[in-house]
Design a protein around this ligand. Structure first.
Ligand SMILES: Nc1nc2c(c(=O)[nH]1)N[C@H]1C(S)=C(S)[C@@H](COP(=O)(O)O)O[C@H]1N2
Ligand SMILES: [Mo]
Length: 406
């Protein structure tokens, strides 16, 4: 909402409704003055987030979860990380929202109202893992610039919407289509209306998957504003930057989409591993596609104290981009021995999987529980930081928690 406009239009009365009190002397508020209750809203209240969420940046808003907050099988809004590249749109009117399908490879450019999308296409619901490509960045050395995500830039909410495929097919996809690119209503931090904060996309094969949605609901309700209300692209299993929020245009491209943050070192990594700090030629950088195998211990919280002789129940989630996780193990001896955990099937393709284990510790003392997932192709998480890259993407090193047996 544009607070200034509200004040200007004399809509204070409506806002006072949410305050639960009349703004006495509202008519005397000077033209450009913003009343305190409209200034700098508390981000936790504004975004309906839990107070244990961690704010990494407020311009733009970026917030992450702590591992123990992500224990729910389906991530509720209050624990969902927020990643913005620009400014959250201020005037969103769902009743007039439109989505245009255009691009070199569309048969006929078409515009759909949100209402048409909702009424004319079948609805589908999937639980989809969205992990920021930069999750885990804080561990890179030399350090990588950008939000210093630790482990909490991952979520697995339930998304409801229509298949992107159904909508693209309604406009017609030419045979030379190779990619789609999204455009959205958020604005560039510079305020320059000609610049997009981000405009990424995916190859047409990913765009046409059953689970790739144009979503209008998250966890059974309207998508919260910070997560893309009223319409969002959701491409589970890929860097979450491919899942455009506030999407109002999707271009079917006859080449790799070249929108903002598709080139350079944005969401790209050296095609081959390089030594930390190496300068890599543009042509040797590859776009991140499916995210690598990873897991997170969500219970107990690191630092747990347990009584000697008591078993400890540990649980968490594992995911592997486009792939399924087919083995989950833990170690209490710094990776010397690995013991199998029980691992559930995903709710659907591209959803994270729950694991658990009951651990007995041999004697009193300090331990670490390390968790390691292996995907269906036999690739496991590395025990230490994987390949360095300029922007610090794809850190899928084993997660670990400290436990003291007393
Ligand atoms: N329009 C728009 N879409 C966007 C972004 C953005 O800044 N603007 N950020 C992307 C990135 S980098 C991530 S990690 C996810 C974060 O989604 P979330 O804030 O709903 O968790 O949204 C993606 N979609
Ligand atoms: Mo991201």
């Amino acid at each position: 909402m544009d607070r200034r406009k509200f004040v200007g239009k004399g809509l204070l009365g409506i806002l006072a409704g949410s305050l639960g009190a009349e703004v006495v002397f509202a008519d005397r508020i000077p033209p450009n003055y913003i009343p305190l209750f409209l200034q700098d809203p508390d981000p936790f209240e504004r975004f309906l987030k839990d107070k244990e969420m961690v704010v990494l940046n407020d311009k733009p808003w970026n917030m992450e979860a702590q591992a123990h907050l992500l224990n729910d099988p389906v991530t509720p809004n209050k624990y969902m990380f927020i990643r913005n590249n620009g400014k959250i749109p201020e005037h969103v009117d769902a009743s007039s929202w439109e989505l245009t399908i255009d691009g070199e490879s569309v048969k006929s450019r078409k515009t759909f109202s949100l209402q048409e999308l909702k009424t004319n296409y079948q609805h589908h619901t999937y639980q989809l893992t969205l992990e920021c490509g930069g999750n885990g960045r804080s561990e890179f050395d030399p350090p990588a610039k950008g939000n210093q995500w630790t482990v909490g830039a991952v979520s697995c909410a339930q998304w409801t919407g229509v298949r992107l495929r159904d909508v693209l097919e309604a406009a017609g996809i030419k045979s030379d289509a190779v990619y789609i690119g999204y455009h959205a209503a958020d604005t560039h931090l510079s305020g320059d209306p000609n610049k997009e904060p981000i405009s990424r996309g995916v190859p047409i094969s990913k765009a046409l998957q059953d689970e790739t949605l144009l979503a209008f609901q998250m966890n059974g309700e309207d998508i919260p504003m910070a997560h893309g209300y009223p319409l969002r692209l959701v491409c589970g299993g890929w860097p979450a930057s491919a899942s455009g929020k506030w999407v109002n245009r999707i271009s079917i491209r006859n080449k790799v989409h070249d929108g903002a943050k598709m080139g350079g070192s944005s969401y790209r990594v050296p095609c081959e591993n390089v030594a930390p700090g190496t300068k890599v030629e543009d042509t040797n950088m590859c776009i991140i596609e499916s995210m690598p195998v990873k897991s997170l211990i969500t219970h107990p919280k690191s630092g747990a104290l347990i009584k000697a002789g008591r078993a400890l129940k540990v649980n968490g989630h594992a995911w592997a981009g486009e792939l399924e996780v087919n083995q989950m193990e833990y170690s209490i001896d710094f990776g010397s021995n690995w013991i199998t955990c029980s691992l559930e099937k995903p709710a659907n393709r591209l959803a994270w999987q729950h694991f658990s284990a009951t651990i007995d510790f041999p004697k009193k003392g300090y331990y670490e529980v390390w968790a390691r997932a292996t995907d269906q192709n036999g690739r496991s998480q590395p025990m230490v930081l994987p390949g360095w890259n300029p922007k610090g993407y794809l850190n899928n090193a084993c997660h670990r928690i400290a436990v003291k047996v007393v």
